[in-house]
Design a protein around this ligand. Structure first.
Ligand SMILES: [Zn+2]
Length: 107
């Protein structure tokens, strides 16, 4: 069940209680809080998980490229310190989003 489906079911349930019970106000307040919490979770899911946000923030810190020299055909090629894909000196960010720090003499 998704948050959207849960919200719909809670709203349907609230209507049933409101029609049958005079004191439905208490459960209605609690269910309204539940709907509010579920809507907040929906917003957080759009942003990403805490783990995903931390990983994205970590990529913002520029890292120096790594020289790949242990494989003969790629000897001397700079690779991304994050995903290990080859990068050229014009790139300030790898395709994976990692910020690349080039020293002045290398640019
Ligand atoms: Zn990368």
């Amino acid at each position: 069940m998704t948050e959207k489906e849960a919200i719909k079911r809670i709203k349907d349930h609230m209507e049933v209680h409101a029609l049958k019970e005079i004191r439905a106000i208490y459960i209605t307040q609690a269910l309204n809080m539940s709907i509010k919490a579920l809507k907040e979770i929906q917003q957080y899911r759009k942003i990403g998980t805490v783990k995903e946000c931390r990983a994205a923030m970590k990529k913002q810190n520029p890292k120096k490229p790594v020289k790949r020299s242990f494989i003969i055909p790629y000897e001397g090629i700079d690779v991304c310190p994050n995903c290990k894909e080859p990068i050229n000196k014009k790139e300030h960010h790898c395709k994976c989003g990692q910020a690349i720090e080039w020293s002045d003499e290398e640019c």
